[in-house]
Ligand binder design. Structure first.
Ligand SMILES: Nc1ncnc2c1ncn2[C@@H]1O[C@H](COP(=O)(O)OP(=O)(O)OP(=O)(O)O)[C@@H](O)[C@H]1O
Length: 920
């Protein structure tokens, strides 16, 4: 049987009858049951060395016995002992951990750098996959080398030399494949994604041959046996396959460089393919190693390198290792070089490190929901689209597949076009599942067609959200680059040790809006940074465009970035309208994420390396999301200025990803609108072991290693953007855009008072006085009296049912009809609801745009109808943050209708004031 629960006590190691044993006490049922003893025998006793109170322990095939009226458990020869099974360790991490635990840590911190062996390795892997899918070798090489054009260009390689090298590597693959086909018993799968709920492992096997793992290595190995770390990697996949009921007792490593070696120069076994048998001893070792890694992550301790027999002298990471040890004053086998970080920087680094790792655990929790939630629960949670009907499949050049399916109803989910998702035959964990990219989701209407692309054809009956650690990984590398490698001068201003400076003459860039003109001046004159605080509709985009133009004219190379592709394209469009030459601009990112009308600026990654890289290097303006700024190629780029839009929605480390690349930066945002999305509760680095700024004046920490003075001690948490923090730290570097071009006076009054101290005002008389009857063909008198005021409140006496309120949805639909009947175009009407379920409820009834607040930020409509859903009381975190309401209320230009329960809204002071305003 399986026994599982948090550890409450770890006993000492003993021997009995010649065998080692350790007794642990755990509380089964997630800590709810009474403590019980679990005895770990023999090799599993080792796992107790790093087990700690609070960690989760799982023992499979445990034997239960009664002893003096108590039930106890012990391991049997069939048992697996897993620590922290919920922490999903990547197979590649296990591999680097066995080489040297510190290497694992360093890889995590500094990411995979742009190096030729890395890029070549990716190309050879892709070619391998192509060959397995039956593609012609030359075709595959041609295509895959071209695909890596940009990266190869950045490394200074030309196409032919790479093609030749890849061809030599691929020869090994081809030869070996031919051998396999001769026997005609080979079955192949390329790129097989595996996740293990039991062992807390995940990864993608390069290939499966007859159900057994095959790993490709682009290095050489002239020994008969595969390298140990490579065996470990293949064994991880074998373990996960076993969990799925596939007996995988053989692993194969393919060392592709072996075929390129000359017999005359090399001795040893030059055969590229090396098989080994995967025995129970090795599998148990895999699990114990993973346990060791998970235990280190549990208490966030840092490996020193002494754990491994690694020889630092021959390690590629030696320099990085020594620098990191030096900066963070860590013990390490390689030693330390350089100066340690000042205490406040170290606290910052460590605080954010932990907050980012907490986010990682939330991503792992997302994975877990794949098997913990049943299909209906996932659908209700918007994590899956169910009951799809597979339509057709089409093989694409290169062996990939385009798959179509029909969506049966108006089901909604978090899935978006361009997302990577898990397509399956109905069971994403045990059935046939493939990672795919969503090409199209159709409209929200029933019968819509879904199109995805995947490596293998699968009957698409279900589509699941597939979590990714990419953004977490990128935050960590940005933190590393910004703090450990960052420019000291930049850090002085970020840490408030120096005030930001400005220089140069003031000029007139914008003649009809003083605040905007001030903002452009501040940005162009900034030696360090400038902040542009733009409430709704105040011309942020326009100001950004003018700023970018001015900077380019001053001869600066500019990076234009934002959190979302949508914001990047929006800003870019405005920049183009100012007349900046298209030849000077490139848009970096994946093509499917870029708006159609900006794709002509897209930097193709595929092509001739020299051409690709010059296109990037020669651009005076590069536009990319902050996530793209963390790519291998972008991390090597340098800019004079980084301008970041939607900066108030970015976590501080995510912002670093963009500003690390530039000497100066400009952040544009509004911290009175939506903050960064953070999953982990209390994602607050400061409070996590670094004392609270408020409580102790920001002076002390647990380790006593912060001596920052006074109230300038920064507020560090992922939900406070760098924009907001700097706004508080250096108000002199900020300009408030105070004239809005969107809302009628009556609409803006409340948000202006509540969020901007009344400073926000209409830019012109026309803006202030606009009304619904200004719209062509609209007769305001045709509206029912209660909708004639620009701000109206309607209480339909509905009842909240879960996250919906059908009566409100009916009433919203009726209001839409009433506006349409008065002559308003349905396209000019938008409806906003706090929950996706209510969005679906309303969408079913109207053709107008309906969405959640989060997805409405940044857009506006002539008429906005807000459905509040709540009745009786305002329960739920969604109502706790008034900034969310600020966004909802400021989307309307001429008419705003609030639909809700007066009782619920009246129960909170903020909403009560809102009601008063709406009912005036
Ligand atoms: N100085 C100006 N003179 C005339 N019109 C302006 C000026 N600045 C902005 N506008 C107009 O105001 C409108 C809103 O501007 P913009 O889209 O730049 O706002 P925004 O602050 O980016 O909006 P959001 O709150 O949605 O982010 C646009 O139609 C723009 O043309």
């Amino acid at each position: 049987m399986r026994i599982r629960g948090p550890i409450v006590d770890v006993g000492d190691q003993r021997t009995a009858g010649g065998a080692d044993l350790v007794e642990l006490t755990i509380r089964p049922e997630r800590g709810a049951a009474d403590p019980t003893t679990v005895t770990l025998w023999n090799k599993w006793a080792e796992t107790a060395d790093y087990a700690e109170e609070g960690m989760e322990l799982l023992v499979t095939d445990a034997e239960e016995s009664e002893f003096r009226g108590e039930t106890t458990y012990e391991t049997t020869p069939d048992s697996w002992v897993v620590l922290e099974p919920e922490f999903l360790v990547d197979v590649t991490a296990v591999r680097s951990w066995v080489q040297c635990p510190r290497m694992y840590y360093l890889n995590k911190l500094s990411g995979v750098p742009l190096k030729y062996p890395v890029v070549k390795g990716t190309v050879v892997h892709e070619v391998f996959g192509d060959l397995l899918r039956g593609r012609d070798l030359d075709d595959a090489i041609d295509h895959r080398v071209a695909e890596a054009g940009l990266e190869l260009g950045a490394l200074g390689y030309d196409r032919e030399e790479v093609e030749n090298e890849v061809r030599r590597n691929a020869a090994a693959v081809e030869g070996w494949l031919e051998q396999g086909t001769l026997t005609e018993e080979d079955t192949w799968r390329s790129e097989y994604t595996l996740i293990s709920p039991t062992f807390g492992l995940k990864g993608r096997a390069d290939a499966l041959r007859r159900g057994m793992p095959v790993e490709l290595k682009t290095g050489k190995n002239t020994k008969r046996e595969p390298r140990f770390q490579d065996k470990m990697q293949a064994a991880c996949y074998a373990l996960m396959l076993e969990e799925q009921g596939v007996e995988a007792d053989t692993g194969t490593l393919l060392y592709t460089k072996n075929t390129a070696l000359e017999r005359s120069e090399e001795t040893g076994d030059l055969a590229p393919a090396k098989e080994f048998s995967v025995g129970p001893g090795l599998l148990k070792f895999v699990v114990r190693t993973r346990n060791e890694l998970a235990a280190m992550e549990f208490d966030a301790s840092v490996p020193t390198g002494f754990e491994a027999d690694a020889n630092c002298q021959y390690c590629f990471e030696q320099d990085t290792c020594m620098v990191v040890s030096g900066r963070l004053d860590q013990e390490s086998k390689a030693g330390q070089i350089g100066q340690p970080l000042p205490p406040e920087e170290r606290a910052y680094f460590e605080g954010f490190y932990q907050a980012i790792e907490a986010e990682r655990r939330e991503v792992h929790a997302e994975y877990r929901k794949l098997w913990e939630q049943d299909a209906e629960e996932r659908a209700d949670d918007d994590r899956a689209l169910l009951d799809l009907e597979p339509l057709d499949r089409e093989e694409l050049p290169g062996g990939r597949w385009r798959l179509r399916a029909r969506k049966p109803d108006d089901a909604v989910s978090k899935l978006r076009e361009g997302d990577v998702a898990l397509a399956s035959d109905g069971d994403p964990v045990e059935g046939h599942a493939e990672l795919c990219r969503i090409q199209s989701l159709g409209t929200g209407k029933a019968g819509a067609e879904i199109v995805v692309e995947a490596d293998e054809p699968v009957d698409v009956r279900r589509l699941d959200v597939y979590p990714s650690e990419l953004s977490v990984d990128r935050m960590l590398t940005a933190l590393h680059d910004g703090v450990l490698k960052g420019d000291p001068d930049r850090k002085d201003v970020l840490f408030g040790r120096r005030e930001p400076e400005f220089s140069g003459p003031e000029r007139e860039y914008i003649d009809n809006n003083e605040a905007q003109n001030d903002a452009v001046n501040l940005a162009t004159r900034a030696e360090d940074f400038a902040l542009v605080h733009g409430p709704p509709g105040t011309g942020k985009t326009y100001t950004i465009a003018q700023t970018v133009k001015a900077l380019i004219e001053d001869g600066d190379r500019v990076l234009l970035s934002a959190f979302t592709n949508r914001a990047v394209d929006n800003a870019l469009e405005a920049v183009r309208e100012t007349g900046v030459d298209d030849d000077e601009i490139v848009r970096v990112g994946t093509e499917s994420g870029i708006r159609e009308d900006m794709t002509d600026l897209h930097l193709e990654e595929a092509g001739d390396p020299g051409e690709r890289i010059s296109e990037l290097k020669e651009a005076s303006l590069v536009a990319a999301t902050t996530a793209s700024c963390g790519s291998r190629v972008m991390r090597e780029e340098a800019f004079d200025v980084a301008l970041v839009d939607e900066a108030s929605q970015l976590t501080e480390p995510a912002t670093l990803a963009a500003i690390n690349l530039a000497e100066r930066f400009v952040l544009v945002g509004d911290h009175e609108q939506l903050p960064p999305v953070v999953q982990a509760e209390g994602g607050d680095a400061w409070h996590r072991g670094f004392g609270t700024a408020e409580a102790d004046g920001g002076t002390a920490t647990e380790g006593g290693n912060i001596e920052a003075d006074d109230n300038r001690a920064p507020r560090l948490d992922l939900s406070t953007s760098l924009f907001e923090r700097l706004h508080e730290l250096a108000p002199e570097a900020s300009v408030l855009l105070d004239r809005q071009y969107r809302m009628a006076q009556r609409i803006q009054a409340f948000p202006s008072r509540e969020f901007y101290d009344g400073a926000l005002r209409p830019a012109t008389r026309e803006v202030a006085a606009q009304q619904i009857s200004d719209l062509p063909g609209v007769d305001a008198d045709a509206l029912p009296p209660e909708l004639r005021d620009p701000v109206a409140f309607v209480d339909p006496d509905g009842a909240r049912e879960g996250n919906t309120n059908p009566a409100e949805a009916d009433r919203v639909a009726e209001i839409v009809e009433q506006f349409v009947a008065a002559g308003v175009d349905e396209d000019d009407i938008g409806a906003i609801a706090p929950f996706r379920a209510q969005v679906a409820e309303i969408s079913r009834r109207v053709d107008a745009t309906v969405d959640t607040v989060d997805r409405f930020q940044g857009s506006s409509e002539e008429v906005i109808i807000v459905s509040f859903v709540a009745t009786g009381e305002l329960s739920g975190p969604i109502y706790d943050d008034p900034r969310r309401m600020n966004v909802a209320l400021t989307r309307a230009k001429k008419s705003l209708v609030l639909v809700g329960d007066a009782g619920a809204l009246g129960s909170e002071p903020f909403y009560e004031r809102m009601l008063e305003w709406a009912r005036r």
